[in-house]
Design a protein around this ligand. Structure first.
Ligand SMILES: Nc1nc2c(ncn2[C@@H]2O[C@H](COP(=O)(O)OP(=O)(O)OP(=O)(O)O)[C@@H](O)[C@H]2O)c(=O)[nH]1
Ligand SMILES: [Mg+2]
Length: 448
């Protein structure tokens, strides 16, 4: 492991809820990345009768080497918050309330991350559950706005949200629509919350990997392995003996300026550099978006390639060629005839990597496929709520101790916010698909 440049970005990971805890633990156990060091925080609510270990049980039996890592993580990186005796019971409002009411507990752990300067915080949650999906949007907003926890206005927050399997029940999709919205926009004024939101869909990843195992825990494990590759590629410029200091975090303001800041990763990793060129790797990647999308609607792309040092030194791969290949690729694969609005490519030479690994973060794409997969279930759930005086009480069938009230006006606000975000996204796509300007006429108008 090499030391990171003083200048390169420091990252932290904050994961809330069970699925996100598993992914972050797996990343921490498998990748010792100097850009992260030990800045990892796993948050969860838990039932009084279930040990926090339960979340990691399968991983710990699958790989006995993880036990030692787990013992160290348990000492100071797992924060159990909330006063509820029974977790959030798949109810995001409970997850949010518990985080708010018990923020003093969470604050101590966040302080331990010693966030400073222009640190990037990688925030993970599943979108179907209650704990992570409820608490994480609240926490991002809170850390961003409260003095003393981070450097206000300087840190960036990359959020990753995991969309439930297609077959999961209605409440999970109600949670998903609310969670996506609250990660994008939060608070009274509905200001931008996460700086970038990465979406990953369980059914889609399972299809890409051809997973056929029947055990749920093993299926999650396989999906999680794929997700940690994404985390690793995001942070690549600071790790893997990297020679480049440009990373995604340097560009996070750009999507915010455009007003759309959702992305999905497309991965092509483990390629033999003797056989694969970057162009082939890019073509493979675009066929493998981790969320069901139409790449032809994508308006933004961040393209990251990690290649073994030797192949960069001998000129097989160079930043200049990479940019040219990316440009042609974008014209062929992205929205409009000019290859989207925003694109940047970063080649990283690595002392440690033996393969050519490429990740494309496609962004600004139409959310139509995601929304159409969720909407029926979203409404099924919404309409099942019994509303009295503008409020619905949500109770957990399995555990009557969990009850919470939701104000239906807040749900209307969430719907309005996602609809206007979608409208903006569609408008950007449409602008790009418009015919090119008539250059001759324009130049004349400009006085030439
Ligand atoms: N990829 C992946 N998805 C998971 C994993 N665990 C759970 N999920 C998905 O996440 C959703 C459930 O969220 P959890 O993370 O279990 O929920 P939570 O945040 O702990 O919230 P609670 O409802 O309070 O338990 C479902 O859609 C699951 O399919 C995991 O390890 N990997
Ligand atoms: Mg849970």
């Amino acid at each position: 492991m090499t030391d990171v440049d003083i200048d390169s970005t420091r990252w932290s990971i904050i994961a809330s809820g069970e699925g996100a805890n598993r992914i972050s633990f797996l990343y921490y156990a498998l990748h010792k990345n100097p850009a992260i060091g030990d800045r990892v925080l796993l948050l969860n609510t838990t039932t009084a009768d279930v040990k926090p270990e339960k979340t990691f049980e399968y991983m710990l039996t699958r790989d006995p080497n993880f036990q030692e890592v787990f013992d160290s993580v348990k000492r100071d990186k797992i924060c159990i918050f909330g006063k509820s005796p029974s977790g959030a019971g798949n109810n995001w409002k409970v997850g949010e309330n518990e985080a708010r009411e018990d923020f003093d507990t969470i604050r101590r752990y966040i302080s331990n991350l010693r966030l400073s300067g222009r640190d990037v915080i990688f925030c993970l949650t599943t979108l179907g559950g209650g704990t992570g999906n409820g608490s994480l949007p609240y926490l991002i907003n809170k850390i961003k706005s409260e003095r003393g926890l981070a450097s206000v206005g300087e840190n960036s927050f990359m959020a990753l949200g995991i969309i439930p399997y297609d077959f999961e029940p209605a409440q999970r999709f109600f949670n998903t629509v609310c969670g996506i919205t609250r990660l994008l926009k939060y608070g009274k004024e509905g200001k931008q919350n996460a700086d970038m939101l990465l979406l990953v869909d369980n059914s889609q990843v399972e299809k890409l990997l051809g997973i056929t195992e029947s055990s749920t825990t093993e299926r999650y494990y396989r999906i999680n392995e794929e997700i940690i590759n994404v985390v690793d590629m995001m942070i690549a410029p600071g790790g893997k003996g990297a020679k480049s200091t440009i990373d995604v975090a340097d560009y996070y303001q750009l999507p915010s300026n455009i007003g759309t800041y959702h992305f999905t990763p497309c991965m092509s990793v483990g390629n033999d550099p003797e056989i694969f060129g970057i162009d082939t790797a890019l073509d493979t990647a675009v066929d493998r978006p981790m969320t069901p999308i139409d790449p032809k609607t994508a308006t933004m792309a961040y393209i990251i390639a990690v290649a073994p040092q030797k192949y960069v030194d001998d000129g097989t791969f160079s930043q200049e060629d990479f940019e040219e290949i990316s440009r042609k690729w974008a014209i062929k694969n992205m929205a409009g005839s000019r290859g989207g609005i925003l694109r940047y490519s970063s080649l990283i030479a690595s002392d440690e990597s033996k393969t050519l690994d490429v990740m494309v973060l496609l962004g600004g794409f139409s959310l139509e496929k995601i929304i159409s997969n969720s909407l029926q279930k979203y409404y099924d759930f919404r309409e099942s709520l019994e509303v009295r005086s503008g409020e619905a009480e949500l109770a957990d069938d399995a555990d009557p101790r969990i009850r919470v009230k939701i104000n239906m006006k807040d749900i209307d606000t969430i719907e309005d916010r996602i609809k206007s975000y979608i409208a903006l996204t569609e408008e950007k796509i449409k602008q790009l698909k418009k015919k090119e300007i008539d250059m001759e006429k324009e130049l004349k108008d400009w006085g030439f």
